[in-house]
Design a binder for this molecule. Structure first.
Ligand code: TYD
Length: 212
């Protein structure tokens, strides 16, 4: 099963991925966690290029191509072999991030993004995508509390983030079958429980379909 997590920075993806992985491990499932951009030797090097603040001159399409190159390597090297071994693969971001950030946020052509997403993912679609949703207000207040320094992508303007948040809503709307929107402003434990119940509903639906 291929599970992806999406959402803007500070939506709590890494905490929730950890909790879900612990839960699945308790159920004796094999779990592989990956992150984007990164997750392989080559993809981590691409990540460094992408997030380096000195690279202010990076063209939008270059940025998108680099995310895609990193994704293709990760998919071929880790995701596909792990799925073949019947592991649960949990990815911290996947191609919906490119659609939300570079497409809706950055204004790159969505058709072009979709077709390259298809190449970068070797045509593999996540079985379920958990969108951790926080609004701009919550994002701003979490940002203040954390007081952390931004990477190159995160230091883009607030208007950009609004577009990314709305972009995610549109992507979820267009991919209702695999998307689950979870209110990520709730407590860690509540968010975790909502994710587990979404996953078990999804598995039940899948089982009943395959028995027809
Ligand atoms: P990261 O430190 O991994 O942040 P996060 O915890 O939010 O995932 O940095 C990844 C940054 O790259 C993040 O700001 C989102 C951005 N990004 C894109 O713009 N497009 C993409 O396709 C991906 C995978 C990430």
């Amino acid at each position: 099963m291929f599970i992806t997590f999406e959402g803007i920075d500070l939506s709590g993806k890494s905490t929730q991925i950890k909790l879900l992985a612990e839960y699945l491990t308790r159920l004796k499932k094999k779990v592989v966690i990956v992150r984007e951009p990164g997750g392989t030797k080559i993809s981590e090097r691409i990540r460094d290029i992408l997030l380096d603040k000195d690279h202010y001159e990076m063209a939008d399409t270059t940025e998108f191509m680099l995310f895609s190159a990193s994704r293709r390597q990760l998919t071929q090297e880790i995701i596909i072999p792990s799925l073949k071994k019947k592991s649960y693969v949990i990815s911290d971001r996947y191609y919906d991030s490119s659609t939300a950030y570079q497409g809706y946020g950055g204004g790159l052509d969505l058709k072009m993004i979709n077709s390259i997403n298809n190449v970068a993912s070797c045509g593999i679609e996540p079985d379920i995508t958990i969108l951790l949703e926080i609004d701009l207000q919550c994002w701003l207040s979490r940002k203040k509390t954390e007081g952390r320094t931004d990477d190159r992508i995160e230091s883009k303007k607030i208007a950009y983030y609004k577009k990314v948040i709305n972009g995610y809503k549109k992507i979820a709307e267009m991919n209702k079958k695999r998307f689950v929107i979870v209110d990520a402003t709730a407590s860690k434990q509540e968010v975790h429980e909502n994710i587990v119940s979404a996953l078990s509903n999804f598995t039940k639906k899948k089982k009943s379909k395959s028995s027809i």
